[in-house]
Ligand binder design. Structure first.
Ligand code: B12
Ligand code: SF4
Length: 414
């Protein structure tokens, strides 16, 4: 059986340096398919879809809500050609009834565990309309993703630099942040892969990684164990926040931490100190800044951006508050009747789709673009990104020199 997995194109933030990272969902699904299935993948963000390919079935992954409209168009094209469609991914879990209208079958939640049954039913011609498993698959049985299915050097390169591979060392998140759908999806328990699996997965990927875990910080002992196991692997990596303690930062640095995403909500000296602390350990910081919270006034947003210019961030990513389904924001905005745009195409975190509390939607939209412009006025985004990449090469050169120096003085190494 030939099963083709597609990751639909989505509208990129118009203000962001354009580059595309490789997918993780479809290659993880591909790895979980039984041996009787020959899997292939297509990331439409970097290559065209072959609608007339020789496939028995098509799987489409909808990670972002703003991917959904394109996913449904793709499904319709294949269905015209008589190909059965299976939809999966986060948005499908958030909006199963909607997704079902565009597919022969949908898979709700994590796919491992349930896939063998889906494939069996498919082969026997009795595919159900919907599949979901009770609870979560055994985290120790999550296979290493099939990175052999994409061409990294061809598709995932920025200015000659090969981009990160995505890896996941754990799933779930015990926190419950206001703008996030992860808690709704039921992942309130942090589930950690066995360290040996994490190491094998990382060895199976490039030297540049994005650890996509929701939050490594949620279990400090685990976090330290992961970092210790990575020391000496020669990886450089990016992740969501890590614990800002000297012990963890020291281990993270030795494990090759390159930079971290760090949400910044307010103007405070604590933020300045936090960023300095990361920098002291040689770790960069990309601030993620959400604009349009109820407490935000026009004046505050302007002062906030001015403040961000003083705290020595390596990069900043501004997004507008978006009532994604499954979030507390959605529940609040819906109950207050403040959502005026329900077109998923606009749920890309750069378009205002709700009525802000203290300004008009147009004002928030303008402030959002001004924030990007002002932050990158002195030094463009691509220059800042290039600086981050150069840091890696500088570190590598220093490591290399250090090794040679050690060899020269160490009789054991000679
Ligand atoms: C990595 C990531 C990114 C990467 C994606 C790179 C890439 N090429 O994939 C980048 C950095 C580009 C990104 C960007 C954004 N992201 Co993002 N991202 C994530 C993150 C952290 C991990 C996703 C992932 O790879 N998971 C690991 C894989 C294995 O899991 P999975 O895809 O869910 O797949 C499993 C199942 O869903 C299922 N499955 C998946 N596909 C299929 C297909 C079939 C056929 C089947 C059967 C099953 C199946 O099986 C898989 C294995 O169990 C998630 C948070 C999260 N916890 O998922 C947020 C997340 C998806 N992002 C989110 C958002 C909002 C964004 C942005 C829109 C805004 C922002 N800045 O954060 C931007 C995009 C802006 C733009 N317009 O360009 C939201 C999505 C909300 C929504 N409803 O749209 C999430 C959930 C974060 C959150 N906490 O709310 N993101
Ligand atoms: S935003 Fe991150 S830390 Fe907060 S609940 Fe979502 S995944 Fe967890």
């Amino acid at each position: 059986m030939k099963f083709h997995l597609i990751f639909p194109k989505w509208p990129k933030l118009p203000v962001q340096t354009p580059f595309t990272l490789p997918p993780l969902g479809i290659i993880t699904v591909a790895a979980s398919l039984p041996d009787t299935v020959a899997a292939s993948v297509c990331d439409e963000n970097v290559q065209p879809i072959n609608f007339d390919g020789d496939y028995d079935g098509i799987g489409i992954s909808i990670m972002l809500s703003c991917q959904a409209p394109r996913a449904y168009e793709i499904a319709a094209e294949f269905r015209k050609r008589g190909k059965p469609i299976i939809l999966g991914g986060l948005h499908v879990s958030l909006r199963p009834d909607e997704a079902m209208q565009h597919a022969d079958s949908i898979v709700i939640g994590e796919a491992e565990g349930i896939l063998p049954q889906v494939v069996r039913d498919f082969q026997e011609g009795r595919l159900k309309k919907s599949y979901s498993m009770a609870g979560f698959p055994d985290i120790a049985k999550i296979p290493n993703p099939r990175r052999d299915l994409y061409d990294k050097k061809k598709h995932y390169v920025y200015k000659g630099w090969e981009l990160v591979d995505l890896v996941q060392t754990s799933r779930g998140c015990r926190f419950n942040c206001y703008p996030c759908c992860v808690p709704y999806l039921g992942g309130r328990v942090h589930r950690m892969r066995p360290i040996s699996h994490v190491v094998s997965d990382m060895k199976n990927s490039s030297d540049l990684l994005f650890i996509v875990d929701n939050s490594l910080e949620q279990n400090v002992e685990w976090e330290k164990e992961v970092f210790r196991s990575m020391a000496g692997m020669g990886k450089r990596w990016v992740s969501h926040p890590i614990s800002p303690t000297p012990e963890v930062l020291n281990l993270a640095r030795k494990a090759g931490c390159w930079y971290v995403y760090h949400a910044i909500y307010t103007i405070s000296d604590k933020i300045k100190d936090r960023i300095k602390m990361f920098h002291d350990y040689g770790i960069g910081v990309e601030g993620t800044i959400l604009l349009g919270m109820d407490e935000h006034t026009e004046d505050f947003i302007k002062r906030f951006v001015d403040f961000l210019l003083t705290v020595d961030l390596d990069l900043a990513e501004f997004t507008v508050l978006t009532p994604f389904p499954g979030t507390q924001v959605y529940e609040q905005m819906k109950s207050e009747d403040r959502i005026f745009d329900t077109d998923w195409n606009h749920y890309n975190a750069s378009t205002v789709v709700f009525q802000p509390k203290q300004m008009t939607p147009e004002t928030l939209q303008r402030l959002y673009y001004d924030a990007w412009d002002n932050f990158y006025k002195e030094e463009s985004q691509s220059v800042k990104m290039s600086k981050l990449f150069l840091q890696i090469y500088r570190d590598k050169r220093n490591d290399h020199r250090g090794r040679h120096r050690d060899k020269a003085v160490s009789p054991i190494a000679r």
